[in-house]
Design a binder for this molecule. Sequence first.
Ligand code: FMN
Length: 215
Amino acid sequence: MKFIEVMEKRHSSRDFKKDEVSEDTLREIVKIAGMSPSWENSQPWNVYIATGETLETIRETWIAENDKKIKGSADMNPGHRTNFSERGQKNMADFMDAIGKFDDDEDLENFNHVQHILFNSPAVVYLTLPKNYTKWSVYDLGGFGMGLMLAATDLGVDSIPAYELVKYPYILRDNLPIPEDEDIIMGIALGYESDEHINEYESPRLDLDEILKIN
Ligand SMILES: Cc1cc2nc3c(=O)[nH]c(=O)nc-3n(C[C@H](O)[C@H](O)[C@H](O)COP(=O)(O)O)c2cc1C
């Protein structure tokens, strides 16, 4: 696939088929992501992937925790919405409004449901950093995550990066060999997207001139 096709094809899938992603494919995706640049080649990332029984145990516990309406407590706290820029807050509000209506369900019931069941995904990648990371390592990890999703797309694997996948870090630590001295920063679900309507949702982008100034 040409690079532009990979960029255009990648989008967030919010419901996956049961079909597993092979271990060879998972390894290939992470190997390609590892080509990402980082501050002085620090390569601060660690990668944990839950599949099969491990992921089913995480999913069951996750659903139970959500049913109890336990608030998320991710290692990297997103803080209040007002911590985001004014433009960011507007785009976020537009997104929540649009995806709720798109799914014919103005109260976001289905959108919330797919989050709680970890999008039905057969594999979830968790990206961690050693505690006390600098903001530069978060920058590096973001690039790594994007490389990982683009590699997945190129290999025919769909994905979604989601805060919802890391909001109960204690459940992840109970089921994966993630040491206490690493923070779980981000989760990316991988799999093959289903025919569910929600997967057709397309997030719009700002016009180029709203984000770019060339002088
Ligand atoms: C840091 C981050 C956190 C996100 N968290 C969620 C989430 O919790 N739930 C969700 O459905 N989508 C989540 N997304 C996906 C975004 O909604 C999506 O990337 C955005 O709307 C652009 O759409 P696209 O990925 O289809 O291009 C997240 C994306 C990023 C980068």
